[in-house]
Design a protein around this ligand. Structure first.
Ligand code: MN3
Length: 265
């Protein structure tokens, strides 16, 4: 009986020692590996920033032509009323109509915003990808364009003025480089001031109706250098149009766009 008790105690002791031995081993709890590439904050958050409007992306169900935010003659210092009317009522309308036509039998795509489609064009089936790229781009680009004009030009104000000076040395240098990029764009396209994925201001130009969000940049302001934007008054003189355009730029709106992207990143 006593022997059995001794055996039991020995067994319990062995068991306790065993547990202590295991418990005292260095912990080897496998931690979830963090070897997945970390997205930089700029890249991850730019996907969440609406581009068309301050707090609203551009709907594709269906896409609709936004009204001009001012009278067609309001920019006549730089752009005549007839050009504005044709540009808005016919050209922009055509991008809207063609986008809706391309998405007519694509209910899942219609649920996406215009921005979402352009950020990742691979979500768009190949047979309509180029059509969507051109017309979703045209719709978004012109929606931005109307909003960043309409005021009396002059010098930039607020945070954007400071950022332009820091990046380009002076407003005059910036204007010169922006105009040069617009002149150098061969054929049709746009010239932009963007915040790039490295969070720097940068002047870029895009062909056709491409928007910088397809390259991960946020468009702060842009000028349309398609001939339809200036041909009636300027004919082939794109450089004159680029120079005069500064007289109708809306710096309050451009500053708002800049603050949207810097505050949300
Ligand atoms: Mn245009």
């Amino acid at each position: 009986m006593q022997k059995q008790l001794q055996q039991s105690i020995a067994l319990i002791l062995a068991f306790v020692i065993g547990i202590l031995f295991v418990a005292c081993q260095p912990t080897t709890i496998s931690q979830t590996p963090t070897d997945q590439p970390q997205q930089s904050p700029a890249q991850s958050s730019i996907t969440a920033i609406p581009v068309a409007y301050p707090n609203q992306e551009l709907s594709a169900s269906p896409a609709q032509l936004p009204p001009l935010p001012y009278d067609a003659g309001a920019l006549s210092q730089a752009i005549d009323a007839e050009t504005m009317q044709i540009h808005h009522d016919r050209h922009h309308q055509a991008y809207v109509d063609n986008l809706n036509k391309a998405l007519a039998d694509q209910p899942n795509l219609q649920k996406l915003s215009v921005e979402a489609m352009l950020r990742d064009l691979n979500t768009v089936p190949e047979n309509i990808r180029q059509t969507v790229r051109n017309n979703a781009g045209g719709h978004l680009n012109h929606t931005i364009f109307w909003q960043i004009m309409g005021s009396g030009g002059g010098q930039p104000t607020g945070a954007i003025a400071q950022a332009i000076n820091q990046t380009f040395g002076s407003f005059e240098n910036f204007q010169q480089q922006f105009n040069q990029a617009g002149s150098d764009r061969f054929g049709s396209g746009w010239v932009w001031l963007v915040q790039n994925p490295q969070r720097q201001l940068q002047i870029v130009s895009t062909p056709n109706q491409d928007n910088p969000i397809s390259e991960g940049s946020y468009p702060i302001m842009g000028n349309d250098v398609w001939e339809h934007a200036y041909y009636l008054r300027y004919q082939n003189r794109r450089a004159d149009y680029l120079n005069n355009w500064w007289d109708v730029v809306n710096w309050d709106e451009i500053n708002r766009r800049y603050q949207t992207v810097t505050q949300q990143q």
